[in-house]
Structure formats: C-alpha cells, structure tokens
Design a protein around this ligand. Sequence first.
Ligand SMILES: Cc1ncc(COP(=O)(O)O)c(C=O)c1O
Length: 389
Amino acid sequence: MTVVNPHQFFDLSKESPDSLPYLHTVLKDGQLFRYVESERESANTAIERYFAHYFGKEAAVAVSNGTVGLRLALQAAGVKPGDRVLVSAYSFIACAMAIASVGAVPVPMDMSTALSVDTAALTEVDGPIAAVMIVHVQGHAVPIGRVRELCDARDIPLIEDVCQGTGASSPDGRAGQLADIAVTSFQQSKQISSGEGGLVAGSAELVERVYRLSDLGAVRHGGGLPDWDDERAVMADNLRLTELQAALVKDQADALEDTLARQRANRTRLREALGSQVTVLDSEHPAGDSGSHTLFVARTATDAERFCAALKADDVVARVVWKKTYLEYGVFQRSELTSGLPSHCWPKVTVALGRRILSVPVSKYVAESGVARVAEAVLNNRHHLSREW
Ligand SMILES: Cc1ncc(COP(=O)(O)O)c(C=O)c1O
C-alpha cells in the first residue's frame, strides 16, 4: 500500500461526514450553481471572502481552475498580445501557457539559490515588462520582498502563483500577500482540493475585471446577480466554479490551520528520523513551509530517477518536481516565443538544478509509523542524494 498518494492532500474517502458540513449542506439543498436561490450564502461567496482575507486583499473571485486564474490575472493587469512577462523558470508549464494564451511572451527568471528567484532579469532585461509572475513551489514560499521593490520602482504589476503555496510563508510574509494579484488552484494535488478549481485575489478593481472575464462579461453589483445592462459589460466566457466545488474548498479552508499543523508535525518527525544523514533542501524560512512536501537534491538527474524508482519499490512516493522548464518542451521550442530569447536570458541554474530536485510528500493522513517508513526509504537510498548544490 502506498504510504502517500502524491495527488491527494485532501482525501474525501478519509474524511468523516462531520468534517464536511458545507459540502453536506450543498448536497442536501441541491443548489449546485454559484447563484444560490435560498437563504444560504453561496459557498463561492464564502470562499471568495475567506481567501481575500487570507491573501490580505480587498476581494477575490473563484474561477474554474488555476491556469484560467493566471490568464485572467494577466488580462486584468492589462497584459496585451506581444507584451513580455517575466516568470519563474522553476515552475509548472501552466504559467508560461497562461502567458502565451493571452498572446504575451514569457521571459524566464532563473533561480538564484534553489527556491528563490534571481531578480537580475528585472534590472537587466531591456525594454518594457508588462507583468512579473513569481511561483511558489511545493509548499515552500519564495521570498519576494526585493521583487516587490523592483516592480514598484518600474510600476510593473506583480502576480504570485500560489497554486502550490497555500499555507506557506517566507521571511517576507505569507505567499500571495505582497502581490497585486494572487492566484491559487484547487486541483487534485493542491493543499485545498476540489478536483479542479481556482481563485484570484487582489484589489476590488482588478477582481471586478476578473469577475467580468470569468462570468460571461457581466457586472456584479455588491456580490449580487450578473448584470449585462451595465455599460461596463464585456464579451467573455463562462469560467465559473461550481457550488459543489466551492463547498469542498470551504470545508477545507475552515480546517486549514489544523491541516497545516498536522503536516508540519509530520515534516518534523520525518526530519528528526533523517537526522544529519541527508540534507534537506530548505527554503529561507523552513518553519514557514506548509509541510506538504520535503525536498531533496539528487546527485544527478539519473540519480533522481533512480531514487524515485527505489522509493516506489518500497511503496513510498517521491518525484522529480519538474524534469524540464517550459523552455525545453518542443511546444515552446518550436514557437517564436523561445526562438527570440536572448542567450543571457536562458535560465542556466534552473535547467541544471531543477531536474535534480526531488519532492517527498507526506500528507496529514499519514500516521507516525508511515512517516517512519518514508524516512527509512529515504535513508536506504541516500547514496542518490547530494549534500550540496
Ligand atoms: C505552480 C502551478 N501553477 C499553475 C497550476 C495550474 O493550476 P490548474 O491545474 O488548477 O489549472 C498548477 C497546477 O496544476 C501549478 O502547480
């Protein structure tokens, strides 16, 4: 039996009905659409309020997934076809795809040290930059105080991709807090999951634009029903979240602090069991990590693959977070988006190091004995791991 399913930090089958009151309410009243026709507050509205507060923003809007959230965030921030957007090179391909989907050009920001971004691109890339997108990885928050300062100096909107970073903080504060727009995902492998789902948080003005772009172009007055008679209405798609998904998110959001505490306790147990025999890849503020994933660096990319295979044989999950940057995939290589990239913009550090970064997830459901098994599997295969990078 697998100790940890990497795609499930929230496992519906392991939750008691009592822990999911909102979901049960929605199932009971059968109102699965965000515009609820009863006295009950829409779960969509409830999670929008929760995450606006959580990210320290004026407002938030739930959308159908994180990629859509990133795309709408870029559009709301005024990014236009042909604009350049700086993006963390160490990230999921969805970020560059979202930038490409609005016709803009992604320009990679390399790592400086592992898990932090090199701000050189913000000072050295010639010409205008329409937005910056920083990505938090596997429950670890990137410190972005310096990025914020540089964006302010050049009046560039800052988007934080918190899809993997819900619950994480760096010395500069909670992931998402310093951004003009924070975007998160509720996809299966995320801290809070409804299978698919996303949310965008920011100023009331930016969020209102995202709302229109996600709900058939309508204007929403005071949280009410969509209005197409308002002269600000635009042409747009339906990218809403269902009420059933929002209810699942709401129940997990209410339990977030408890979930984080349990994950962090497991992370501490794992680290204690590993002792000084292996080196963990830490962020700048390890206590602020959400505890969802413990990271290691393999000696080589081949060692990384062997480590994962060996742990799998012991029924323990480990994976290379991202084997490639978006730039190395054919779909980007064949496009003009990468062919015009100046050689000094190539993210050397990320390309070399990224494929060696390993992630071992330990969810809140794993008991002490399970953590001990994970530790044993890691220790048995520590010859694949590097102590420095
Ligand atoms: C860092 C990151 N950004 C963006 C996304 C896209 O989110 P979604 O799958 O909800 O579209 C994901 C996850 O899938 C992700 O891990």
